[in-house]
Every structure is written in C-alpha cells, then in structure tokens.
Design a protein around this ligand. Structure first.
Ligand SMILES: [Zn+2]
Length: 212
C-alpha cells in the first residue's frame, strides 16, 4: 500500500494475532471490527464504556480520598497507640531525612494515583460531551505514561506483610482507610483490566469521526 503522508498510518490498524494490516472504518455503536484473516477483535465501539468508566473513576476518587484522610491502621504497643495514615507514612520518611524515598512514595502513592483518576474523570466527561478532540488525545497520552507509576497495590501488599510481622508484638486494628484502600486497589485493577486505554483511544476516534 502506498502511503502519501504519515497521517495515513493513523487510519491503519494491525491485527495483534496474525499481523494483517487493515484500514480502520467507522462502525456502529455496540459493534466490533474483526480481522478478515483470523477473526480476532481489532477494535470495538461501545459508548456505554464512557458511563461505566466515569462511574468507576468517580467511585475510585471517593475511596482514594477516604483512604488518605482516615487512619489505615491503629497499632497499640506497650501502652502506646499510633495511627498511621497514608500521607503520614511518606511525610515521616521526609522528616527522618529519607528525602528521596519520601518524595518517591509521595509521588507513586498519592500524586500519580490522584492525577490518573482525575484525568480519567476529565477524559470521560469530554467524551460524554463529545468535546475537546485534541485535549482528550493528550489526556490519553499522559495516562499511558502515568499508569505504570501508580503503586497503591504494592503499598497494600507491603502493609499486609508488615502487619503479619507485627502481629506477635502489637495489637493491630484496621482503620476505615484500610478497607477504602482495598476497594480503591480493586477498582484500579478492574479499570486496568477492563477499561483499556487502547479501547478508549478507539472509542474517542469513533466519537469524533461520527461528529464530523
Ligand atoms: Zn488476524
């Protein structure tokens, strides 16, 4: 196929299984485009993804706020009671001179997860209103860079490991933020698994193709 300019590449899509090249066409809402050779799904167009994505992102943001405001665990040791909140963990690291580790934790446990879900909400709102063609493209690019740097799932596992080690020495009470963090991590995993960025990218293309 002769390409007149690089923009023509944007209209081509390669089958992830048999690598056959296809030209992208507009498909009806609720349908999917399949490879002519092997039948694998190339892309879908399901506008319900916008409402589902928006609802999930807003719910995740609420649970994230609860997880950060309230104590994650309460530890009682030798009569001393300590409440641990997520922001407290990386602020303590900074106060104790571990500036790099503290800042890194602040970025991957607070800043990036918050920014990712705020960007998701903005993105789904733009797609719902069928506005901001260029901004929605940029948001998707930023999300693809930021997604790997959200590490609340690793943090949750590390809390569990630390608690298991402390069980013999202290009395541990899970706070409301712990359960909020569990729900947030589950929502984050669900979003990563079922609301894929490439599917939103294709959905965006279909929406703005339809608008023209
Ligand atoms: Zn194929």
């Amino acid at each position: 196929m002769k390409l007149e300019n690089e923009d023509a590449l944007d209209r081509l899509i390669i089958c992830p299984h048999c690598h056959t090249l296809h030209e992208e066409i507009h498909i009806a809402d609720g349908t999917k485009a399949c490879c002519v050779k092997c039948g694998s799904v190339l892309y879908r167009y399901d506008s319900r993804l916008i409402d589902q994505g928006l609802a999930l992102s807003l719910t995740a943001l609420i649970f994230f706020a609860v997880a950060n405001i309230f104590p994650v665990v309460q530890i009682e040791m030798l009569g001393n009671e300590q409440f641990i909140t997520i922001p407290r963990t990386f602020l303590s690291l900074i106060e104790n001179g571990f500036y790099f580790v503290g800042l890194f934790c602040g970025v991957v446990l607070f800043l990036f997860p918050l920014a990712i879900f705020a960007l998701y909400v903005l993105l789904f709102l733009l797609l719902k209103l069928k506005k901001g063609e260029e901004l929605s493209r940029r948001l998707l690019v930023w999300l693809s860079y930021m997604k790997p740097w959200s590490m609340n799932d690793i943090f949750l596992i590390s809390i569990l490991v630390a608690l298991v080690k402390l069980i013999g020495y202290a009395q541990i009470h899970m706070g409301v933020a712990f359960w909020a963090l569990v729900v947030f991590v589950l929502l984050d995993i669900y979003m990563t698994r079922y609301v894929k960025l490439n599917e939103i990218w294709m959905l965006r293309k279909q929406i703005f193709m339809e608008k023209q």
